[in-house]
Design a protein around this ligand. Structure first.
Ligand SMILES: NC(=O)c1ccc[n+]([C@@H]2O[C@H](COP(=O)([O-])OP(=O)(O)OC[C@H]3O[C@@H](n4cnc5c(N)ncnc54)[C@H](OP(=O)(O)O)[C@@H]3O)[C@@H](O)[C@H]2O)c1
Length: 322
Protein backbone atom coordinates (compact mmCIF):
# COMPACT_ATOMS: atom_id res chain seq x y z
CA UNK A 1 0.00 0.00 0.00
CA UNK A 2 1.45 3.33 -1.01
CA UNK A 3 1.41 6.85 0.29
CA UNK A 4 -1.71 8.91 -0.23
CA UNK A 5 -1.52 9.98 -3.80
CA UNK A 6 -4.77 9.66 -5.66
CA UNK A 7 -6.95 12.64 -6.20
CA UNK A 8 -10.47 13.14 -4.98
CA UNK A 9 -13.18 12.76 -7.56
CA UNK A 10 -15.48 15.59 -8.45
CA UNK A 11 -18.19 14.54 -6.01
CA UNK A 12 -15.65 14.43 -3.19
CA UNK A 13 -14.25 17.79 -4.08
CA UNK A 14 -17.66 19.37 -3.95
CA UNK A 15 -18.65 17.66 -0.74
CA UNK A 16 -15.26 18.28 0.83
CA UNK A 17 -15.19 21.93 -0.06
CA UNK A 18 -18.70 22.41 1.24
CA UNK A 19 -17.72 20.70 4.43
CA UNK A 20 -14.47 22.49 5.11
CA UNK A 21 -15.18 25.78 3.45
CA UNK A 22 -12.06 25.62 1.32
CA UNK A 23 -11.45 25.69 -2.38
CA UNK A 24 -11.36 22.45 -4.32
CA UNK A 25 -7.70 22.98 -5.10
CA UNK A 26 -6.87 22.58 -1.42
CA UNK A 27 -8.18 19.02 -1.49
CA UNK A 28 -6.04 17.91 -4.40
CA UNK A 29 -2.70 16.32 -3.63
CA UNK A 30 -0.06 18.47 -5.27
CA UNK A 31 2.78 16.12 -6.19
CA UNK A 32 5.57 14.34 -4.41
CA UNK A 33 6.03 16.81 -1.55
CA UNK A 34 2.89 15.55 0.14
CA UNK A 35 4.62 13.99 3.10
CA UNK A 36 3.79 16.32 5.97
CA UNK A 37 4.45 13.82 8.76
CA UNK A 38 7.58 12.57 10.52
CA UNK A 39 8.51 10.45 13.51
CA UNK A 40 7.43 13.41 15.65
CA UNK A 41 3.88 12.83 14.39
CA UNK A 42 1.93 10.90 17.00
CA UNK A 43 -0.88 8.56 15.97
CA UNK A 44 -3.19 6.67 18.32
CA UNK A 45 -5.08 3.64 17.08
CA UNK A 46 -7.78 2.15 19.32
CA UNK A 47 -8.34 -1.61 19.40
CA UNK A 48 -5.10 -2.25 17.51
CA UNK A 49 -4.01 -5.56 19.01
CA UNK A 50 -5.59 -7.43 16.09
CA UNK A 51 -7.65 -7.17 12.93
CA UNK A 52 -7.89 -3.92 11.04
CA UNK A 53 -6.59 -1.84 13.95
CA UNK A 54 -3.38 -3.86 13.96
CA UNK A 55 -3.09 -3.43 10.18
CA UNK A 56 -3.65 0.33 10.45
CA UNK A 57 -1.08 0.68 13.26
CA UNK A 58 1.44 -1.33 11.23
CA UNK A 59 0.96 0.72 8.06
CA UNK A 60 1.17 4.04 9.90
CA UNK A 61 4.37 2.84 11.57
CA UNK A 62 5.76 1.78 8.19
CA UNK A 63 5.10 5.29 6.93
CA UNK A 64 7.31 6.65 9.71
CA UNK A 65 4.76 7.99 12.16
CA UNK A 66 5.16 7.21 15.88
CA UNK A 67 2.25 4.93 16.68
CA UNK A 68 0.64 4.21 20.02
CA UNK A 69 -0.90 0.76 19.70
CA UNK A 70 -3.69 0.42 22.25
CA UNK A 71 -5.68 -2.55 23.49
CA UNK A 72 -8.07 -3.21 26.32
CA UNK A 73 -6.14 -6.33 27.25
CA UNK A 74 -2.56 -5.61 28.23
CA UNK A 75 -1.11 -8.98 27.23
CA UNK A 76 -2.78 -8.96 23.80
CA UNK A 77 -1.53 -5.42 23.25
CA UNK A 78 2.02 -6.14 24.31
CA UNK A 79 2.12 -9.27 22.13
CA UNK A 80 0.96 -7.22 19.15
CA UNK A 81 3.56 -4.56 19.81
CA UNK A 82 6.24 -7.26 20.07
CA UNK A 83 5.20 -8.70 16.70
CA UNK A 84 5.59 -5.30 15.08
CA UNK A 85 8.91 -4.76 16.83
CA UNK A 86 10.11 -8.10 15.45
CA UNK A 87 9.20 -6.85 11.98
CA UNK A 88 11.53 -3.90 12.52
CA UNK A 89 8.85 -1.40 13.53
CA UNK A 90 10.48 0.07 16.59
CA UNK A 91 8.37 3.23 16.40
CA UNK A 92 5.34 1.53 17.97
CA UNK A 93 4.56 1.94 21.66
CA UNK A 94 1.85 0.23 23.64
CA UNK A 95 -0.58 1.57 26.20
CA UNK A 96 -3.65 -0.10 27.69
CA UNK A 97 -6.92 1.52 26.67
CA UNK A 98 -10.47 0.30 27.09
CA UNK A 99 -12.72 2.85 25.41
CA UNK A 100 -15.75 1.71 27.39
CA UNK A 101 -14.11 2.73 30.69
CA UNK A 102 -13.77 6.41 31.48
CA UNK A 103 -11.00 5.68 33.97
CA UNK A 104 -8.96 3.86 31.35
CA UNK A 105 -9.40 6.78 28.92
CA UNK A 106 -8.42 9.20 31.63
CA UNK A 107 -5.24 7.28 32.54
CA UNK A 108 -4.35 7.05 28.87
CA UNK A 109 -4.84 10.82 28.38
CA UNK A 110 -2.59 11.63 31.32
CA UNK A 111 0.12 9.29 30.06
CA UNK A 112 -0.10 10.64 26.51
CA UNK A 113 0.07 14.22 27.66
CA UNK A 114 3.09 13.58 29.87
CA UNK A 115 4.93 11.51 27.26
CA UNK A 116 4.24 13.44 24.05
CA UNK A 117 2.25 16.51 24.99
CA UNK A 118 -0.54 15.43 22.67
CA UNK A 119 -1.31 13.72 19.40
CA UNK A 120 -1.74 14.46 15.70
CA UNK A 121 -3.82 11.53 14.50
CA UNK A 122 -6.58 9.59 16.23
CA UNK A 123 -7.90 6.46 14.54
CA UNK A 124 -11.05 5.23 16.29
CA UNK A 125 -11.12 1.61 15.25
CA UNK A 126 -12.22 -0.36 18.34
CA UNK A 127 -15.68 -1.86 18.05
CA UNK A 128 -17.73 -4.99 18.60
CA UNK A 129 -20.45 -6.75 16.61
CA UNK A 130 -23.13 -8.97 18.11
CA UNK A 131 -24.52 -11.34 15.53
CA UNK A 132 -27.35 -12.76 17.67
CA UNK A 133 -30.78 -11.95 16.36
CA UNK A 134 -32.61 -12.62 19.61
CA UNK A 135 -33.52 -9.64 21.74
CA UNK A 136 -30.76 -8.89 24.18
CA UNK A 137 -30.83 -5.53 25.87
CA UNK A 138 -27.42 -5.99 27.52
CA UNK A 139 -25.83 -6.83 24.16
CA UNK A 140 -27.44 -3.79 22.53
CA UNK A 141 -26.30 -1.56 25.38
CA UNK A 142 -22.74 -2.91 25.24
CA UNK A 143 -22.58 -2.43 21.48
CA UNK A 144 -23.68 1.21 21.70
CA UNK A 145 -21.56 1.77 24.79
CA UNK A 146 -18.37 0.74 22.94
CA UNK A 147 -18.98 1.61 19.30
CA UNK A 148 -20.65 4.97 19.81
CA UNK A 149 -20.47 6.31 23.38
CA UNK A 150 -16.97 4.89 24.01
CA UNK A 151 -15.62 6.30 20.77
CA UNK A 152 -17.24 9.64 21.54
CA UNK A 153 -15.73 9.71 25.04
CA UNK A 154 -12.34 8.91 23.56
CA UNK A 155 -12.66 11.76 21.06
CA UNK A 156 -13.76 14.18 23.80
CA UNK A 157 -10.73 13.22 25.89
CA UNK A 158 -8.34 13.60 22.94
CA UNK A 159 -9.69 16.89 21.55
CA UNK A 160 -7.81 19.11 24.04
CA UNK A 161 -4.64 17.11 23.31
CA UNK A 162 -4.74 17.46 19.53
CA UNK A 163 -1.67 19.37 18.50
CA UNK A 164 -2.25 22.71 16.89
CA UNK A 165 -0.23 22.43 13.71
CA UNK A 166 -0.44 23.99 10.27
CA UNK A 167 -1.00 20.51 8.81
CA UNK A 168 -4.12 19.99 10.87
CA UNK A 169 -4.92 17.12 13.20
CA UNK A 170 -6.92 14.17 11.93
CA UNK A 171 -9.66 12.06 13.45
CA UNK A 172 -10.51 8.93 11.48
CA UNK A 173 -13.57 6.99 12.57
CA UNK A 174 -13.66 3.41 11.33
CA UNK A 175 -17.34 2.88 10.70
CA UNK A 176 -19.24 0.52 8.44
CA UNK A 177 -21.46 0.43 5.43
CA UNK A 178 -24.00 -1.04 7.86
CA UNK A 179 -24.21 2.37 9.51
CA UNK A 180 -25.85 3.88 6.44
CA UNK A 181 -29.37 5.26 6.65
CA UNK A 182 -30.52 2.99 3.85
CA UNK A 183 -30.75 0.04 6.24
CA UNK A 184 -33.46 1.67 8.32
CA UNK A 185 -36.88 0.29 7.42
CA UNK A 186 -38.99 3.37 8.08
CA UNK A 187 -38.86 6.46 5.88
CA UNK A 188 -39.65 8.97 8.63
CA UNK A 189 -36.95 7.47 10.85
CA UNK A 190 -34.51 7.73 7.94
CA UNK A 191 -35.51 11.33 7.43
CA UNK A 192 -35.08 12.05 11.16
CA UNK A 193 -31.64 10.40 11.23
CA UNK A 194 -30.47 12.34 8.18
CA UNK A 195 -31.04 15.62 10.01
CA UNK A 196 -29.30 14.83 13.31
CA UNK A 197 -27.08 17.81 13.88
CA UNK A 198 -26.40 18.09 17.60
CA UNK A 199 -24.83 15.76 20.11
CA UNK A 200 -28.04 15.71 22.15
CA UNK A 201 -30.05 14.61 19.14
CA UNK A 202 -27.62 11.79 18.35
CA UNK A 203 -27.52 10.63 21.98
CA UNK A 204 -31.32 10.77 22.10
CA UNK A 205 -31.51 8.54 19.04
CA UNK A 206 -29.23 5.99 20.73
CA UNK A 207 -31.42 6.08 23.84
CA UNK A 208 -34.61 5.78 21.79
CA UNK A 209 -33.16 2.68 20.15
CA UNK A 210 -32.25 1.12 23.50
CA UNK A 211 -35.75 1.82 24.79
CA UNK A 212 -37.16 0.06 21.73
CA UNK A 213 -34.89 -2.95 22.33
CA UNK A 214 -36.47 -3.21 25.78
CA UNK A 215 -39.99 -2.87 24.47
CA UNK A 216 -39.87 -5.02 21.34
CA UNK A 217 -40.27 -8.42 22.92
CA UNK A 218 -39.68 -10.65 19.87
CA UNK A 219 -36.45 -8.94 18.80
CA UNK A 220 -37.93 -7.74 15.48
CA UNK A 221 -36.47 -4.24 15.62
CA UNK A 222 -37.72 -3.47 12.11
CA UNK A 223 -41.20 -3.12 13.64
CA UNK A 224 -39.97 0.21 14.98
CA UNK A 225 -38.22 1.18 11.76
CA UNK A 226 -34.75 -0.08 12.69
CA UNK A 227 -32.59 -2.34 10.53
CA UNK A 228 -33.44 -6.00 10.01
CA UNK A 229 -29.85 -7.19 10.19
CA UNK A 230 -27.47 -6.47 13.07
CA UNK A 231 -29.62 -3.57 14.36
CA UNK A 232 -27.40 -2.92 17.42
CA UNK A 233 -24.30 -2.58 15.30
CA UNK A 234 -26.19 -0.65 12.62
CA UNK A 235 -27.41 2.01 15.05
CA UNK A 236 -24.03 2.25 16.78
CA UNK A 237 -22.33 3.03 13.46
CA UNK A 238 -25.16 5.30 12.31
CA UNK A 239 -24.65 7.33 15.49
CA UNK A 240 -20.89 7.36 14.92
CA UNK A 241 -21.41 8.64 11.37
CA UNK A 242 -23.80 11.35 12.55
CA UNK A 243 -21.32 12.33 15.27
CA UNK A 244 -18.55 12.56 12.65
CA UNK A 245 -20.64 15.02 10.66
CA UNK A 246 -21.58 16.99 13.74
CA UNK A 247 -18.00 17.13 15.01
CA UNK A 248 -16.57 18.27 11.68
CA UNK A 249 -19.04 21.14 11.53
CA UNK A 250 -18.59 21.99 15.21
CA UNK A 251 -14.79 22.05 14.99
CA UNK A 252 -14.92 24.23 11.94
CA UNK A 253 -16.83 26.83 13.93
CA UNK A 254 -14.49 26.60 16.88
CA UNK A 255 -11.09 26.38 15.24
CA UNK A 256 -9.32 29.65 14.90
CA UNK A 257 -6.35 29.19 12.65
CA UNK A 258 -5.75 25.51 13.22
CA UNK A 259 -7.75 22.68 11.83
CA UNK A 260 -9.02 19.27 12.72
CA UNK A 261 -10.18 17.02 9.88
CA UNK A 262 -12.76 14.44 10.92
CA UNK A 263 -13.99 11.70 8.62
CA UNK A 264 -15.49 8.25 8.80
CA UNK A 265 -15.16 5.27 6.49
CA UNK A 266 -16.18 1.75 5.71
CA UNK A 267 -13.11 -0.45 5.27
CA UNK A 268 -14.93 -3.02 3.10
CA UNK A 269 -15.44 -6.61 4.20
CA UNK A 270 -12.27 -8.12 5.52
CA UNK A 271 -11.61 -11.42 7.23
CA UNK A 272 -11.10 -10.67 10.91
CA UNK A 273 -12.40 -12.16 14.16
CA UNK A 274 -15.39 -9.85 13.76
CA UNK A 275 -16.51 -11.23 10.40
CA UNK A 276 -15.46 -14.80 11.18
CA UNK A 277 -18.29 -14.86 13.72
CA UNK A 278 -20.85 -15.45 11.03
CA UNK A 279 -20.71 -17.32 7.74
CA UNK A 280 -23.10 -14.87 6.12
CA UNK A 281 -20.55 -12.08 6.51
CA UNK A 282 -17.96 -13.99 4.50
CA UNK A 283 -19.90 -15.57 1.65
CA UNK A 284 -18.21 -18.80 0.57
CA UNK A 285 -15.74 -18.31 3.39
CA UNK A 286 -13.88 -15.63 1.46
CA UNK A 287 -13.82 -11.93 2.30
CA UNK A 288 -14.34 -9.72 -0.75
CA UNK A 289 -11.60 -7.34 0.38
CA UNK A 290 -8.05 -7.97 1.55
CA UNK A 291 -6.53 -6.62 4.74
CA UNK A 292 -4.39 -4.24 2.65
CA UNK A 293 -7.53 -2.87 1.01
CA UNK A 294 -9.23 -2.47 4.39
CA UNK A 295 -6.27 -0.60 5.82
CA UNK A 296 -5.82 1.64 2.80
CA UNK A 297 -8.62 4.20 3.28
CA UNK A 298 -8.12 4.82 7.03
CA UNK A 299 -4.38 5.35 6.51
CA UNK A 300 -5.02 7.53 3.47
CA UNK A 301 -7.36 9.70 5.55
CA UNK A 302 -4.93 9.79 8.48
CA UNK A 303 -2.05 10.94 6.25
CA UNK A 304 -4.09 12.93 3.78
CA UNK A 305 -2.32 15.93 2.32
CA UNK A 306 -2.92 19.23 4.04
CA UNK A 307 -6.35 20.75 3.41
CA UNK A 308 -8.08 17.40 3.13
CA UNK A 309 -11.78 16.73 3.40
CA UNK A 310 -13.76 16.81 6.61
CA UNK A 311 -17.18 15.57 7.70
CA UNK A 312 -17.43 12.92 4.99
CA UNK A 313 -17.97 9.17 4.75
CA UNK A 314 -15.56 7.16 2.56
CA UNK A 315 -15.31 3.74 1.01
CA UNK A 316 -12.22 2.88 -1.03
CA UNK A 317 -11.12 6.52 -0.98
CA UNK A 318 -14.41 7.67 -2.50
CA UNK A 319 -17.15 9.64 -0.81
CA UNK A 320 -20.30 7.64 -0.15
CA UNK A 321 -23.66 8.73 1.18
CA UNK A 322 -24.39 8.56 4.89
N1 LIG B 1 -13.88 -6.65 9.33
C1 LIG B 1 -14.76 -6.06 8.55
O1 LIG B 1 -15.12 -6.58 7.48
C2 LIG B 1 -15.33 -4.72 8.92
C3 LIG B 1 -16.30 -4.18 8.07
C4 LIG B 1 -16.81 -2.93 8.37
C5 LIG B 1 -16.35 -2.25 9.48
N2 LIG B 1 -15.42 -2.82 10.29
C6 LIG B 1 -14.97 -2.04 11.44
O2 LIG B 1 -13.55 -2.12 11.51
C7 LIG B 1 -13.13 -1.97 12.88
C8 LIG B 1 -12.19 -3.11 13.24
O3 LIG B 1 -12.91 -4.32 13.13
P1 LIG B 1 -12.18 -5.73 12.95
O4 LIG B 1 -12.90 -6.41 11.86
O5 LIG B 1 -10.72 -5.56 12.90
O6 LIG B 1 -12.65 -6.41 14.31
P2 LIG B 1 -11.84 -7.30 15.37
O7 LIG B 1 -10.82 -8.13 14.71
O8 LIG B 1 -12.90 -7.94 16.19
O9 LIG B 1 -11.07 -6.19 16.23
C9 LIG B 1 -11.76 -5.31 17.06
C10 LIG B 1 -10.77 -4.63 17.96
O10 LIG B 1 -11.48 -3.75 18.83
C11 LIG B 1 -11.09 -4.02 20.15
N3 LIG B 1 -12.10 -3.62 21.14
C12 LIG B 1 -13.35 -4.06 21.30
N4 LIG B 1 -13.92 -3.44 22.34
C13 LIG B 1 -13.02 -2.59 22.85
C14 LIG B 1 -12.99 -1.67 23.93
N5 LIG B 1 -14.04 -1.53 24.75
N6 LIG B 1 -11.88 -0.94 24.14
C15 LIG B 1 -10.80 -1.07 23.35
N7 LIG B 1 -10.73 -1.95 22.34
C16 LIG B 1 -11.84 -2.69 22.09
C17 LIG B 1 -10.83 -5.52 20.17
O11 LIG B 1 -10.09 -5.88 21.33
P3 LIG B 1 -10.09 -7.41 21.90
O12 LIG B 1 -9.07 -8.16 21.10
O13 LIG B 1 -9.73 -7.22 23.32
O14 LIG B 1 -11.49 -7.95 21.71
C18 LIG B 1 -10.03 -5.63 18.89
O15 LIG B 1 -8.71 -5.19 19.08
C19 LIG B 1 -14.40 -1.91 13.69
O16 LIG B 1 -14.73 -0.58 13.95
C20 LIG B 1 -15.43 -2.54 12.78
O17 LIG B 1 -16.75 -2.12 13.09
C21 LIG B 1 -14.91 -4.05 10.04
Amino acid sequence: MGLPQNSLDEQQLQAGSQANGESNADCVPQGSDLKWWSKETIAIVTGSNKGLGYGIAKELAKQGVTVVLTARNEKRGLDAQKNLFNEGLTNVLFHQLDISHSESISKFSTWLNEKYGGLDILVNNAAILHVDTIRDYQAAKECLEINYFGTKRMIEAMLPLLKASPTGARIVNVSSEYGRLQWLTDESLKEHCSTLSTEDQIDALAQRFLKDVKEVTDGRMEKRGWAIEYPYYQVSKLCLNAYTRYLAAHLMDLSQGYKVFVNCLCPGIIQTDMTLQEEKLLPGGVAPDTMDEGVDTPVWLALHPIGGPTGLFFYKRKVIEF
